[in-house]
Design a protein around this ligand. Structure first.
Ligand code: ADP
Ligand code: ZN
Length: 654
């Protein structure tokens, strides 16, 4: 082991309380500590922060972190200070005096880490300040913001290339969770890092279960999913429009699931308040547009749900990646249907941008549709999209692996749909949307069918062997496969170049059969559904043995108390994963507690006695104490059993 490796590992143990580095962390840190530049691609939750935090601790000087996430800087700095790291930030939310304090600390060499918004680097005063202090490393977080191909472009990022010119001796790092080759190349070019070493981690997130269900009544489906699988869990629900965000949040709240809206149409104060509640409270649901989420590093987000189709696989992966950063089981759930395909195609056609922009947008959408329609492992498809090798045997933790979808020969059905489109166009010079096509196939004499005499067409009523939902599934899959296209503002259906081969019987059309009942949840049974406050603590304990659940809940209650007193999110005190390990190991002393992952020196000193006292009051892992720790113990004991878990025999102290 080299000296720097030894120092880095020591910092990992002492400050963060972690056993070992994960994946590429060690290689990245060694390279940067030795003065090299690095481009780091890791999925959300992969552990990017340590990659720059440890070099900043090990190298002399202050690590400067450039991040666009102003609203989160305070929390990031709080979390570091709770670990005993000397951290500060400078952004527009501070007043003059606060900034002066941070500047003085920086100049005095009293900061390990300084977080900066990119726009601050436009100011000469900032550059001047930085030149007067000592910098250990520059970390450019969310580096994909420099890329115009990506989805979060920020003009201020373009000027970050000057860091290398001005500070040629300070190592630079660019970090992102966006991994397509195009973005990767753009980052390297635009940040002017030609000699950087590239570290690409595995993009797999094995603890996230991916599921895509056919859309029927999405709000109700969502409610069922939350009640059956995630009662009391924190999560994010993504919707396309502000309106549906508002309506969905209201709907959930009305049905006993606490949910707050978040979208760019809300004023900044409301947005900040809702974000802060999400970070600080246990088990709140945020219903949001894609305006929400970048940099939210809440570790215990248990689900990410999509009620509308994302525009790209990149976006989908980033959004779903916000679930389960703590490595515990989590779900990425999406409801998807014909309407989504038509809507997205229409948006691209009617949107701004030139022809090449539209072509790119359609390519992004095609990849997303392929993921939705695949009969193979979803994870495999995702990893392949990011240029990585999936397990050919499947992942065992996505809906297609858990309940392999059946396929059927849809050639004749496809021909029927395409012939209807052709007849309308050739015989009548008309174009119609999916609803009319399906009505014609089913032989329905609706007002619109009669108005246009469509019951006189030879294709009228030739499709009575399938239901309406099945026909919509056929049309959706034809659109997804490029055998049918959407045109104009009404979303009328037209043929594509590939349609001819189907009509001439030159190619077959395998289709995916819609599962009657969506894939089962990860833990098998779906017990009675429930809702409301009483269960807000239930889920996080689900995978623990029943006899440890009361202790886990007691520690959560103790943690909530600490968090409230200090005005920080609960996970800044300890992560759920750490609490779980504590009750599993059941340390008898403060010293023993120090051996648990996530308990570093500072936290041991601050909370060690408190944790051991809570455990002591419970008597031991198998119970025995007459009266568990006051309110905290009672909270765990009185909770309704987790509806997703088989009822357990009553523990002997209950
Ligand atoms: P990213 O920024 O890549 O999304 P984070 O840096 O927030 O990910 O890390 C994700 C989670 O993993 C955090 O809760 C972090 O504390 C934890 N973590 C990171 N590295 C390690 C490690 N070596 N051992 C244990 N936990 C780790
Ligand atoms: Zn799979």
């Amino acid at each position: 082991m080299t000296v720097t490796q030894g120092e880095a590992l020591a910092a990992l143990h002492r400050v963060f309380g972690y056993e070992a580095f994960r994946g590429e962390q060690e290689a990245v840190i060694e390279h940067v500590v030795a003065g090299g530049d690095a481009v780091v691609l890791m999925p959300t939750g992969g552990g990017k922060s340590l990659c720059y935090q440890i070099p900043a601790l090990v190298r002399p000087g202050t690590g400067v972190v450039v991040s666009p996430l102003i609203a989160l800087m305070q929390d990031q700095v709080d979390a570091l200070r709770a670990l005993g790291v000397r951290a500060g930030f400078m952004n527009s939310t501070q007043d003059f005096d606060e900034r002066r304090v941070v500047e003085a600390e920086f100049l005095a060499g009293e900061l390990d880490l300084l977080y900066l918004a990119p726009e601050r680097l436009r100011l000469d005063s900032t550059l001047d300040l930085l030149s007067r202090g000592k910098i250990s490393v520059f970390a450019i977080d969310e580096a994909h913001c420099v890329s115009q191909w990506g989805h979060d472009f920020r003009p201020d990022y373009l000027m970050l290339s000057l860091l290398g010119e001005r500070w040629p001796d300070v190592p630079r790092m660019a970090l992102t969770a966006t991994a397509t080759h195009a973005t990767h190349r753009e980052i390297t070019e635009r940040l002017n890092m030609p000699t950087a070493r590239h570290f690409v981690a595995s993009f797999d997130r094995p603890n996230i279960q991916y599921r895509i269900v056919p859309k029927a009544d999405p709000k109700k489906q969502l409610l069922g999913f939350l009640r059956e699988e995630h009662p009391g869990d924190a999560g994010i629900v993504y919707c396309l429009s502000r309106n549906s965000v508002e309506k969905t949040a209201e709907f959930l709240t009305r049905n006993g699931i606490e949910a707050v809206p978040y979208h760019a149409g809300l004023d900044a104060g409301t947005r900040a308040a809702h974000q802060a509640r999400f970070l600080r409270e246990d088990g709140l649901v945020v219903v949001a547009t894609i305006a929400f989420g970048m940099g939210i590093d809440k570790p215990d987000v248990r689900f990410v749900a999509h009620l509308d189709l994302p525009k790209s696989v990149e976006g989908y992966y980033q959004e779903t990646g916000r679930a389960g950063r703590d490595g515990l089981p989590s779900t990425a759930w999406m409801a998807y249907g014909l309407g989504d395909v038509i809507q997205q195609r229409k948006l691209i056609q009617s949107g701004e941008g030139d022809e090449s922009f539209r072509r790119r947008a359609n390519q992004h959408l095609d990849a997303m549709l392929a993921l939705c329609e695949t009969v193979q492992c979803r994870r495999g498809q995702l990893l392949a999209y990011f240029g990585q090798d999936p397990d050919p045997a499947g992942c065992g933790n996505c809906d297609t692996c858990l309940t392999p979808p059946e396929t059927w020969d849809g050639t004749i059905a496809a021909q029927k749909v395409l012939s209807t489109v052709v007849r309308l166009q050739r015989e009548r010079g008309q174009k119609f949307g999916a609803v009319q096509i399906v009505d014609i196939l089913l032989g329905r004499r609706t007002a619109k069918v009669i108005q246009f005499d469509h019951d006189q067409l030879s294709v009228f009523g030739i499709g009575e062997e399938l239901t309406e939902a099945e026909w919509r599934g056929v049309v959706r899959q034809l659109l997804a496969q490029g055998l049918l296209a959407v045109e104009g503002e009404y979303g009328t259906l037209v043929l594509t170049e590939a349609s001819g081969a189907v009509l001439r019987r030159e190619r077959e059309v395998p289709l995916r059969k819609e599962p009657e009942k969506p894939a089962a949840s990860r833990s098998g049974g779906s017990g009675p559904s429930g809702s409301g406050r009483g269960e807000r603590k239930a889920r996080a304990a689900a995978e623990l043995p029943a006899e440890l659940v009361p202790a886990f809940e007691a520690l959560r209650a103790w943690r909530a108390e600490q968090a409230r007193e200090q005005g920080v999110p609960a996970y800044v005190i300890f992560h759920d994963a750490t609490l779980r390990e504590i009750v599993t190991v059941w340390p008898a002393s403060v010293a023993e507690l120090g051996g648990i992952s996530g308990v570093g020196e500072k936290k041991l000193a601050t909370y060690g006695e408190g944790v051991v006292a809570v455990l002591g009051s419970l008597g031991g892992p198998s119970g025995g104490a007459a009266d568990p720790a006051g309110d905290a113990g009672a909270a765990g004991r009185d909770d309704r059993p987790d509806p997703d878990v088989e009822p357990e025999p009553e523990p002997d102290w209950a």
